[in-house]
Design a protein around this ligand. Structure first.
Ligand SMILES: Nc1ncnc2c1ncn2[C@@H]1O[C@@H](CSCCNC[C@@H]2Cc3ccc([N+](=O)[O-])cc3CN2)[C@@H](O)[C@H]1O
Length: 273
């Protein structure tokens, strides 16, 4: 522990993120082959199917959904925006919060066209893909803010950002393992975000398995704590979450495109009792 009370590994992680490049990151992970809606074995359709099922199978409800560590992406809340009246996006970096605000303000300058994602989730909802414009409008209506977050703080968001009871549901994708220097910090961060959730609320957690690094931009190599399923389950148990479902996707060879060394992706639905 350093004299200012911050763990040295956490301080080093924050430094790694100074070169993060949202446009490059989107290009690496959210375009084909990893986001190929024509392929049933592509990662993004698998993630969207997990989230759609989790948000719509009847046990998740409430007013407020918070996405922890949104990065420059909003696919995480495409299904949730139909279930919650209010959605908050959050990230550690201003460059990512700006990327999200540019899309929300719909004034151009975005580094990503989310249309295929909106069309795909409309199909999952039994709607015509052409209803993507209504879904985009719904998103812009329910996402009321894009706020700073730091999962390594006991209080990750500014006080007053959430109702005192907490959020009704949290979603977090590829953030905790990529922002934590080691497994202990990952588990501690899980405990920190749990405090943002009301009792009885749900956590939808997506993350990388077996990943030790990824590129957050050209030449921006960011270390990741490599996780396996057992460690994810142990961390959830240690922080007092009740596991409802764990699903695992193993990357086909041609999804390993050199932007990271991830071997699989986990999806967790859990509950804070
Ligand atoms: N202290 C902090 N608190 C909160 N957020 C923080 C903090 N530090 C950094 N952040 C925030 O966390 C970051 C989230 S992006 C992290 C990317 N994770 C790795 C990457 C993702 C990915 C995506 C898709 C697929 N796939 O197979 O389809 C695989 C993979 C595996 N590689 C970033 O937004 C940063 O801004």
């Amino acid at each position: 522990m350093e004299e200012n009370g911050k763990d040295s590994g956490v301080v080093a992680m924050a430094a790694c993120y100074q070169g993060f490049d949202p446009a490059a990151y989107l290009q690496y992970n959210y375009t084909p082959p990893r986001a190929d809606f024509e392929r049933t074995d592509s990662i993004v359709p698998w993630k969207l199917a997990c989230l759609h099922r989790a948000f719509t199978e009847g046990d998740v409800s409430g007013e407020l959904l918070v996405d922890i560590g949104s990065g420059p992406t909003l696919y995480q809340v495409l299904s949730g925006c139909e279930v919650f009246k209010k959605v908050l996006l959050t990230d550690f970096l201003e460059v990512n919060r700006q990327e999200l605000r540019r899309w929300l303000q719909d004034e151009g300058g975005c580094n990503m066209d989310w249309t295929p994602y909106l069309q795909h989730v409309c199909k999952l909802e039994g709607r015509r893909p052409s209803e993507w414009t209504e879904k985009a409008a719904k998103l812009r209506q329910v996402i009321t803010d894009v706020l700073p977050v730091d999962i390594h703080l006991p209080q990750p968001m500014a006080s007053g950002a959430l109702p005192s009871a907490g959020a009704d549901c949290l979603v977090s994708c590829f953030c905790l393992e990529a922002a934590s220097p080691d497994l202990a910090a990952f588990t501690k961060a899980l405990g920190h975000i749990k405090r943002l959730l009301r009792p009885g609320g749900h956590l939808l957690l997506i993350g990388a398995l077996g990943e030790s690094y990824y590129f957050g931009g050209p030449g921006v190599k960011i270390p990741v704590v490599p996780l396996n399923e057992e460690q994810v389950c142990a961390s959830l148990k240690e922080t007092g979450f009740t596991l409802i479902r764990l699903e695992v996707y193993t990357l086909p060879q041609d999804m390993r495109v050199g932007v990271d060394d991830v071997t699989g992706v986990f999806f967790v639905k859990a509950k804070k009792e």
